[in-house]
Design a protein around this ligand. Structure first.
Ligand SMILES: C[S@@+](CC[C@H](N)C(=O)[O-])C[C@H]1O[C@@H](n2cnc3c(N)ncnc32)[C@H](O)[C@@H]1O
Length: 275
């Protein structure tokens, strides 16, 4: 993604920075302590990004910026990676839950929450499986979204490999998010145009949500996407290679059902002055 999937293509002051000094950590299997840069500083947060934990890029910043003024109540950050999004919004929420399918990410977020003095519930699981039966006021997600040909998975690709058309995780998010949103709740999801933004909007609409693109940045393809140019062309994800890709944040709002029900029963004037 250019973001998550490849490397950031979006110019942003929020670009993440590796800490200058590497930390000393035990390297699995080496039987030795080696110096590996695992601390990432991002917008004032100290995050752990050892091998296998996604280092935040500009799309994380876009997601945080788009959602910031809508954060309230109980928040779920699904596909949390380093926890950058969950930790960034925690101060404005009553409670934040972060979910990732990578055990390394879950461990990293738990430590980062302590380091940054932020309370976050961190769960290991496949998308919404870890929060079955629970609903949230706001759901945030930066899922893997880079269209990737089948083959032996590259190291760390679980963070950016979106499957053949980039939609392996996005489709499931679009299908299941509504069931975990409270009435009036919001989903904010970031993705690339390479993974068919219109399809996300259509799928979300089908589940009863009201989706719209609320933030977009067009930029050059990132290195991972450039390395998959042939595949992107073959699946029609790149009609105009010179146009690069657009990273978008989709906001999908669940209507206030009680309000809709009341307005159906009551005469129109009873609802005047209300949204
Ligand atoms: C692009 S990274 C985003 C990380 C972080 N939210 C950010 O913005 O930098 C995607 C994350 O989704 C996680 N992931 C991939 N598939 C998942 C799934 N089915 N359920 C939960 N997490 C998943 C990966 O482990 C990875 O940490």
């Amino acid at each position: 993604m250019s973001s998550s999937s490849s490397t950031p293509t979006v110019n942003s002051s929020a670009r993440s920075k590796r800490a200058r000094r590497p930390s000393v950590v035990p390297a699995d299997g080496l039987g030795a302590w080696v110096a590996i840069p695992v601390i990432t500083q991002y917008r004032g947060l100290r995050l752990l990004t050892p091998h296998g934990v996604f280092q935040p890029r500009s799309d994380a910043g876009m997601l945080i910026d788009a959602a910031r003024r809508h954060i309230r109540g109980e928040v779920l950050d699904v596909c949390t990676g380093s926890g950058v999004v969950a930790l960034s919004v925690a101060a404005a929420a009553d409670a934040v839950t972060a979910v990732d399918s990578s055990r390394a990410a879950v461990a990293a977020v738990r430590v980062a929450a302590l380091v940054n003095g932020v309370a976050v519930e961190v769960l290991h699981g496949d998308l919404f499986a870890a929060v079955t039966g629970r609903t949230f006021d706001v759901i945030l997600s930066n899922p893997p979204y880079l269209p990737t040909p089948a083959g032996r998975p590259a190291p760390g690709s679980h963070a950016w490999d979106g499957g053949h058309d980039g939609r392996a995780v996005i489709d499931r998010l679009c299908r299941d998010a509504a069931g975990h949103l409270r009435p009036g709740g919001d989903l904010f999801m970031v993705q690339s145009s390479l993974a068919d933004t219109e399809r996300s909007l259509a799928m979300l609409r089908q589940t009863g949500l009201h989706p719209a693109v609320v933030l977009a940045h067009r930029g050059a393809l990132g290195p991972l996407a450039r390395a998959r140019l042939g595949h992107l062309r073959a699946i029609g994800a790149l009609p105009d290679p010179d146009a690069g890709e657009e990273i978008v944040v989709v906001r999908a709002r669940r209507p206030l059902e009680r309000l809709v029900t009341r307005s159906r029963r009551a005469p129109a004037r009873a609802c005047r002055g209300r949204r």
